[in-house]
Write a protein of this length. Structure first.
Length: 53
């Protein structure tokens, strides 16, 4: 009898990881880092325009 034949999503991703996946992940991380870097400016502008600063 065969044991549990299910695979986890991590195992599937490891099996199909390639340069395109790595580059897409890096681009997504850079976009997120850029957004986080802009958060103080966005927040100060919003509260400044609302007259709360």
């Amino acid at each position: 009898m065969e044991r549990d034949s299910m695979v986890t999503s991590g195992q599937v991703h490891q099996a199909v990881s390639c340069d395109a996946c790595r580059k897409a992940r890096e681009a997504e991380e850079m976009a997120f880092a850029f957004l986080l870097a802009l958060m103080p400016v966005i927040t100060l502008t919003l509260f400044g325009n609302m007259g709360l600063l």
